[in-house]
Design a binder for this molecule. Structure first.
Ligand SMILES: Nc1ncnc2c1ncn2[C@@H]1O[C@H](COP(=O)(O)OP(=O)(O)OP(=O)(O)O)[C@@H](O)[C@H]1O
Length: 453
């Protein structure tokens, strides 16, 4: 057992407030920390009974129930001090002889809680930010194509990369707009900073503003915590605004201001935020037409259109088909664990003849579907035909008919030859040679039978 004077010296030196009662609730001891926190002198406090002065406090509860009480929030009876207290009954030979409580001033706890809340907020925001921040995935090396039109697009994009100019990428779906946006960012001085993408068509109008500019807590119903917008996330990097043609007029006005002033406010806040962001915008819609129809602001169009790059549809640069097909074969071999060796010339000719409404994305998808069932072999016309809507054996149907007019047979043969050799000038020469007619005759018959390819 510790000597009594030592026990009292220990209690006197503890930083937390301590209060002790006897079995009947008479307060028999409070330490100096208690007097400091509550402002009640020792002599005054030890004249009181806990059941009178603080009947709902932790000490009274511990005495009444004989059980420990922890984390009890209360005001110390007879003072204004709010505390969090833990109390336990004091047992001697299994009999309650009193109770002791230890208090912590609530302002200390609140201060700690506030610090904790702020730290949690910072961590949450950082992890939010971290989750959304990406780097540019592709470089110009990933862009396949040696046709004049693609080379020109690459040249313009490379020139734009070194500047801070806003770039507008126009082109049908699947022509590589996003790929170019990544490549421009990666070739720019901002390449080590964030590359943030937002698809304006994929986000409902009501949410797009806060996605772009962020919001403060309580800015609108559902804004339960503050949110950093894409513009802030992209600070010092690049913001890729995809499907810009789908943005509503109200937001277009706000976007124009950011592009002009480089500043904005989060939704619900009047604090102006200044940013340094390079904007690349893209759309597969006809922006000029939208301007004429009053659906896209002319001033915004010119702000965005500092450097304009028009990506050609695949049907207009079919000379890149072989390189693209081989590129996807290599990529998909890796992805699917295959060893496909290439594509036959007949299959390539069929690719030439197709219209490619989904452009390069469609080519990539078709190659993937075909390669799923191939092993160590080439992609053939038979593999591709169902995906390109080609009937590779028109005669099997027609053979079942007893007779066919001669010109119908001629038309079918010309169609088949063009499917086989392709519709390029070289392909037509081959087809004419195979059919034993001159190139001029072939052209005449294509015209006569209105053959589409
Ligand atoms: N020149 C190219 N070389 C290699 N791959 C390409 C090329 N162009 C496009 N691709 C590939 O085709 C797919 C579609 O490209 P991307 O997403 O960039 O098109 P997009 O024009 O942005 O389409 P959308 O308008 O539908 O968003 C991607 O997988 C991309 O990597």
């Amino acid at each position: 057992m510790l000597p009594l004077d030592m026990v009292s010296a220990i209690l006197d030196s503890v930083q937390e407030a301590i209060e002790i009662t006897d079995r009947d609730g008479n307060i028999i001891y409070v330490n100096p920390a208690f007097c400091r926190i509550t402002g009640i002198p020792f002599a005054q406090r030890t004249r009181e009974n806990i059941f009178n002065i603080s009947p709902d406090g932790a000490l009274a509860l511990a005495l009444k129930t004989g059980k420990p009480v922890s984390g009890h929030r209360t005001k110390v009876g007879g003072s204004n001090a709010e505390v969090i207290s833990n109390a336990v009954p004091i047992l001697v030979d299994n009999q309650i002889v009193g109770a002791i409580a230890i208090f912590q001033h609530i302002t200390d706890v609140i201060k700690l809680l506030e610090e904790l809340r702020q730290s949690t907020n910072i961590i949450r925001n950082l992890s939010d930010k971290f989750g959304q921040v990406t780097q540019g995935k592709y470089t110009f090396e990933h862009i396949i194509g040696s046709s004049r039109s693609i080379r020109e697009c690459i040249k313009t994009a490379q020139m734009a990369a070194s500047s801070n100019s806003t770039v507008l990428l126009l082109g049908e779906t699947g022509t590589g707009k996003e790929l170019f946006a990544h490549a421009i960012h990666n070739a720019s001085p901002r390449k080590d900073n964030p590359f943030i993408t937002i698809n304006c068509a994929a986000i409902p109008d009501a949410l797009l503003e806060s996605e772009l500019f962020g919001h403060v807590k309580g800015a609108f119903t559902g804004a339960i915590k503050e949110k950093i917008g894409k513009f802030e996330l992209a600070h010092s990097g690049t913001l890729f605004l995809d499907e810009i043609g789908d943005m509503n007029l109200l937001l277009q006005a706000k976007l124009l201001r950011v592009l002009q002033e480089r500043e904005f406010e989060r939704v619900g806040s009047n604090q102006t935020i200044t940013i340094d962001v390079r904007v690349i915008a893209a759309t597969n819609r006809n922006l000029r037409q939208l301007v004429r129809e009053g659906k896209f602001r002319e001033d915004l169009f010119y702000r965005l259109n500092v450097v304009e790059i028009n990506l050609p549809p695949l049907r207009e640069h079919t000379e890149d088909l072989l390189d693209l097909a081989n590129h996807f074969i290599i990529k998909l071999n890796r992805k699917l664990g295959k060893k496909v060796t290439g594509i036959t010339s007949e299959a390539l000719a069929a690719l030439h003849n197709y219209n490619w409404p989904g452009n390069i994305r469609e080519l990539q998808n078709i190659m993937e579907r075909v390669m799923l069932s191939l092993e160590n072999q080439q992609v053939t016309l038979q593999d591709l035909a169902p995906h390109l809507g080609i009937n590779i054996n028109p005669l099997t149907q027609t053979e079942e008919m007893e007779l066919l007019p001669l010109d119908k047979v001629e038309q079918i043969m010309i169609q088949r030859a063009l499917n086989k050799f392709g519709s390029s000038v070289e392909g037509k020469k081959e087809a004419a040679k195979f059919l034993n007619i001159s190139l001029a005759t072939l052209y005449n018959k294509i015209k006569k039978y209105k053959i589409n390819f």
